[in-house]
Design a protein around this ligand. Structure first.
Ligand SMILES: Nc1ncnc2c1ncn2[C@@H]1O[C@H](COP(=O)(O)OP(=O)(O)OP(=O)(O)O)[C@@H](O)[C@H]1O
Length: 344
């Protein structure tokens, strides 16, 4: 039996006052419990508007919004927002409040006891990797961009909402800090299993963060909503193809691990008795096929040795493994879309 979606957008539209063209037009999308659904699309396609419609910072001009099966389109927005955490790019921390006070915002609104609030603030700061004794008493201007962004995440998690809306949360951060924030957030999500709608215009971030990605065109028209693997293997139209850009096949290799392949045998350092017949590069079995390709290119070999846990050669991965894996992914995706079409 299919799970009930956590969030259901049913033909949701938004026409801003004083404009003729809808910012979002008849958007229909289901978001499952515990998944990260990434909205990705060109600037101005209505991603932020869609997030703000979900927590009713703005009112839809058409359609219905359901949470856990309940129509919340007309529910009091204040009540709704307690169930929903919201993180934005420019964090919006209150400058004259300490970090602890900032993180306490929602629990205070909910009139929790002081002791409970203070314990929760410590727990949240710990959760996002900031020592509450060091950072709790600081003010926002005394933090780096990456630290401030972590505080933004901690604040949004304040009352343990089951839904998080994240609008380019790591957008204004340098690439290295950004990558570590993404990794930390994915680790946190492994424990918390929130339902997350995550906006970005960066397809690589979408591929990394998304359980599913919805690729939106103008007015939030959904061109394709699916797993990153399927979107990379089988873009459904030219818009998606051009949006995901160059290197699609290579990106698809990041989803499979070398250890899952049926490896070619390793014949010894100089297989067939000829010097240099065996590859020189090595990778471990938990490496992705993307990393295997990288190693083949680095060593200018068409294959590379796979080492087991004790560092001994377990076999050899060859270029043909990579093309086979891509073909299998494409075949699976094509079959999936054929079945969907046949069912419709
Ligand atoms: N308050 C507003 N009043 C009128 N039009 C608005 C308002 N907010 C957004 N828009 C318009 O709605 C459309 C969608 O904007 P939105 O910010 O949702 O897009 P986006 O996909 O998030 O863009 P970006 O990636 O650039 O942040 C744009 O054409 C924008 O100009």
């Amino acid at each position: 039996m299919a799970v009930e979606p956590k969030i259901r957008l049913d033909h949701v539209s938004k026409v801003y006052p004083g404009t003729d063209t809808p910012a979002v037009s008849e958007l229909t999308l289901d978001i499952d419990p515990g998944e990260i659904l990434v909205l990705v699309g060109p600037s101005g396609c209505g991603k932020s508007t869609t997030l703000r419609l979900i927590n009713r910072m703005i009112e839809p001009t058409g359609g219905r919004i359901y949470l856990d099966g309940d129509d919340v389109t007309d529910v009091n927005p204040d009540q709704l927002r307690r169930r929903i955490g919201y993180v934005i790019q420019q964090i919006g921390l209150f400058p004259h409040q300490t970090i602890a006070e900032n993180v306490a915002t929602v629990p205070k609104m909910l009139k929790w006891e002081k002791k409970k609030i203070s314990a929760r603030v410590d727990e949240l700061l710990d959760m996002v990797g900031l020592d509450p004794r060091v950072y709790g008493g600081r003010y926002p201007k005394e933090l780096s961009g990456g630290q401030a962004q972590r505080v933004g995440v901690a604040r949004a998690l304040g009352a343990d909402p089951s839904i998080m809306l994240m609008d380019e949360p790591f957008g204004a951060i340098d690439p290295i800090t950004r990558e570590s924030l993404q990794n930390e957030f994915l680790r946190l999500q492994d424990e918390l299993r929130k339902t997350i709608v995550f906006v970005t215009h960066d397809i690589d971030e979408a591929i990394k963060m998304g359980d599913r990605i919805a690729i939106l065109g103008k007015q939030s028209v959904v061109h394709q909503a699916d797993t990153p693997e399927r979107i990379l293997a089988y873009p459904v139209d030219d818009f998606v193809r051009s949006f995901i850009g160059a290197g699609t096949a290579m990106k698809g290799l990041a989803f499979e691990r070398v250890g899952d392949l049926d490896l070619a045998p390793f014949d010894g350092p100089n297989g067939n008795g000829e010097s240099g017949a065996e590859p020189t590069g090595t990778i471990t079995a938990d490496a992705t096929l993307y990393e295997a390709l990288e190693e083949m290119l680095r060593t200018a070999d068409g294959k590379t040795i796979v080492l087991d846990d004790s560092g001994e050669p377990a076999g050899v991965v060859e270029l043909s493994h990579l093309s086979d894996a891509l073909r299998t992914a494409q075949d699976e995706a094509r079959r999936h879309y054929d079945e969907l079409e046949a069912a419709s």
